[in-house]
Design a protein around this ligand. Structure first.
Ligand code: GTP
Ligand code: MG
Ligand code: ZN
Length: 312
């Protein structure tokens, strides 16, 4: 029988079949992804074939169908092994907040570099609108303009008051969407707001650091009553990049991608080379400074494998 993995805890997988029933399954033998070390061979969103055990209640996954795409992150910057967050996703919604706590552009841009690498369309959703005051509204406008110009859809809403959540529903209709972001930004609260029947666990922010306590512990996919699926996932602190080299980073910034092929040197790092079209665009304010700075910061991350012909 065929189904889709809607939850995985590492030891078992919950597979939803075509009738909408959920079967707890184990994996038959070893599955490995070619070329990439991952902690989980099967992820939420994977389409699988399984057979029922004799008890007719549990099952055994014996085939994973080819993935349309997937998104991997490293557990920490330095770890060698990646974790597949989800497979077969149509789009990612990065939930951010500009208050309680504020999400940095460095974090947003690291996620975007990854979703760009996997060709996953991404949207930025500003949550907790009810808490914003003038400075946050101004910042939101600025960020919305930066990210819309780069080709990402932006939305602002409040999971608490429900303000503007109809736009979020429109965004999700008939798509398989991964919801990601820091812990405590309201990912589960937002899903509850548009699908109250799910009644997902949410938690108060720990007053001390205003940092979430990782309420959601495993990624889980839910069918949406208006069509489509949504994947809630545990909050992430940092987004360890994987699977690609430093040289590809500029390519993952649509604003830089537009200019980089006009640079004098084709291995230009866009830092100090003469006749660099990216620096020229930056000087003309055609590339936002925060995006360029985050590019530099990603290049300076300490986890790139330094190879001979890599940038210094
Ligand atoms: N004021 C306000 N609070 C919100 C809003 N959305 C969520 N919250 C609160 O933020 C806290 C965290 O919400 P969660 O939904 O648990 O956050 P999460 O992103 O799922 O966190 P993890 O599961 O740990 O990754 C809860 O106390 C929510 O009530 C909002 O729009 N406005
Ligand atoms: Mg949650
Ligand atoms: Zn250049």
């Amino acid at each position: 029988m065929d189904g889709v993995v809607v939850k995985s805890t590492g030891s078992w997988y919950s597979v939803m079949n075509l009738q909408g029933e959920q079967i707890q399954c184990n994996l038959k033998g070893k599955f490995r992804m070619k070329g990439i070390k991952t902690t989980n061979p099967v992820a939420v969103g994977d389409k699988v074939r399984y057979e029922l055990n004799k008890n007719e209640k549990t099952g055994l996954i014996n085939e994973i169908f080819p993935r349309f795409n997937y998104i991997i992150r490293k557990a920490t910057k330095l770890s060698k092994v990646g974790h597949i967050i989800a497979a077969n996703i149509d789009q990612a919604c990065i939930i951010v907040t500009l208050a309680h706590p504020r999400t940095s552009t460095g974090f947003i841009d690291r996620i975007l570099v990854t979703t760009e690498a996997y060709h996953i369309p991404s949207n930025i959703v500003f949550n907790k609108l009810d808490l914003y005051e003038r400075p946050q509204f101004e910042l939101m406008e600025k960020l919305t303009s930066i990210y819309s110009d780069a080709g990402y859809k932006c939305l602002s809403l409040s999971a608490k008051t429900g303000e503007n959540t109809e736009a979020f529903i429109e965004m999700l209709k008939n798509k398989q969407t991964l919801v990601t972001g820091h812990s405590g930004v309201g990912k589960s609260a937002l899903i509850n707001c548009i699908q109250p029947r799910l009644n997902l666990k949410t938690k108060d922010l720990s007053g001390y650091h205003r940092v979430g306590m990782h309420t959601t512990t495993f990624a889980e996919m839910f069918p949406l009553t208006f069509g489509g699926f949504i994947i809630d996932s545990p909050g992430i602190k940092e987004f360890g990049l994987t699977d690609f080299s430093r040289k590809e980073i500029a390519e993952r910034f649509p604003e830089m991608r537009k200019y980089m092929h006009q640079c004098k040197f084709n291995n230009c790092s866009h830092i100090h080379e003469p006749e660099c079209a990216v620096i020229e665009a930056l000087n003309k304010n055609e590339i936002p400074i925060s995006r360029y700075e985050n590019y530099l910061s990603i290049l300076n991350d300490d986890y790139w494998e330094k190879t001979e012909n890599d940038y210094r």
